[in-house]
Design a protein around this ligand. Structure first.
Ligand SMILES: [Zn+2]
Ligand SMILES: [Zn+2]
Length: 353
């Protein structure tokens, strides 16, 4: 094992810095992963890349970037109980204290321990390096049927979407509206299909993303964002509106559209982070008996179930990866992701490149 490796850091001025750092060695209950795939998330761009805007759980502490890691265990520290050298794994991207109520529910994302909650790529070193030190309790087994790039996509994007869709419930009964067709919106289309939705309508402003949603058959109809969206969605659903809406845009207009284009008794989930929304509670939700859900990432147990479903459905999240870069070209990866003119962008190693 070599003693130094390259790792990518985000100084917060829309650049990426590649630096030499020591290769960590795993302590009790920890493993060292050879990184294989590390995808870039919208929140990396929103909270870190341009400016260090995030606070609390989204506060970037100058660590190796990347919170969507998947790799292979090359060293296991003492005390590991389930995983060992050679295992292929996904990293649940928030390492919680393991003992608070949220951690005990499997939702380390909302761990309440200020001292012990540390997210990979935010407060502890993440996946944009040759190796990653992870806690064994944060690992999800990656089945042989899925690639590491599939796994990296589960780590944040697909897991987050699956949680939101489980909250609102999706079936063949439902027409679904997706506002925002970035990687999270595209993942929503892919999972809604497998859950049985027969009519999926997407809204976005970026031409490349609208076209990708159609090319990959993740949406049946794609609308350009505009003031007539509610009427257009109603027209596409027999004048009624959709039964389910998923906001992946965080845009105030798009969120209002998601609420208003949903029919009576319908359900809406907000996944897109940041921003705000304005609506009129009585006509927009109360009188129409609608429910708005918020959903933040997912749990370790639901992530395990999702991985099993992906194999059963023969659904490969890596199909949404439009661009792959080596770690040496990590700066180009972030620049492209920041432009929005892409699907998912991945930094890959070895056989995944
Ligand atoms: Zn993410
Ligand atoms: Zn906790």
């Amino acid at each position: 094992m070599k003693s130094a490796m390259k790792g990518a850091f985000l100084p917060g001025n829309s650049t990426t810095v590649l630096q030499e750092v020591p290769v960590p060695s795993p302590g009790h209950g920890e493993v060292l992963l050879r990184m294989k795939a590390s995808t870039i998330c919208g929140s990396d761009i929103r909270c870190i890349y341009h400016e260090h805007l995030g606070k609390g759980p989204e506060g970037y502490q100058g660590v190796v970037a990347g919170h969507e890691p998947s790799g292979q265990i090359v060293q296991a520290g003492p005390g590991c109980r389930r995983f060992g050298v050679g295992d292929r794994v996904i990293v649940y991207h928030i390492s919680g204290c393991g003992l608070c109520n949220d951690c005990r529910r499997g939702y380390m994302i909302s761990c309440t321990s200020a001292q012990y909650r540390r997210a990979y790529g935010w407060q502890r070193d993440g996946g944009m390096a040759e190796y990653l030190l992870a806690e064994e309790k944060d690992l999800i087994h990656l089945p042989a049927e899925l690639t590491y790039a599939d796994g990296a996509q589960v780590a944040c994007g697909f897991g987050t979407v699956y949680e939101g869709l489980e909250k609102i419930g999706i079936s063949g009964n439902h027409a679904v509206l997706i506002t925002g067709l970035g990687p999270v919106g595209l993942a929503t289309g892919a999972l809604c299909r497998k859950l049985g939705a027969q009519k999926i309508i997407g809204i976005d402003v970026v031409k490349e993303r609208m076209q990708l949603a159609l090319d990959l058959k993740l949406c049946d109809e794609v609308l350009e964002s505009g003031p007539d969206n509610v009427a257009e969605v109603r027209r596409l659903t027999g004048g009624m509106g959709v039964e389910r809406a998923v906001d992946c845009s965080a845009n105030d207009q798009a969120r209002a559209t998601a609420i208003r284009a949903t029919r009576r008794w319908g359900r809406i989930v907000f996944l897109g982070e940041g921003g705000r929304v304005e609506f009129n509670p009585s006509p927009d939700i109360i009188h129409d008996q609608k429910t708005i859900y918020g959903s933040w990432v997912t749990s370790t147990w639901l992530m395990e179930e999702l991985v099993e479903r992906l194999v059963r459905w023969n659904l490969h999240p890596a199909d949404l990866v439009t661009h792959r870069f080596s770690l040496d070209n990590v700066d180009q990866a972030y620049t492209l992701m920041a432009s929005g003119k892409c699907g998912k962008v991945a930094v890959c190693f070895d056989e995944e490149l």
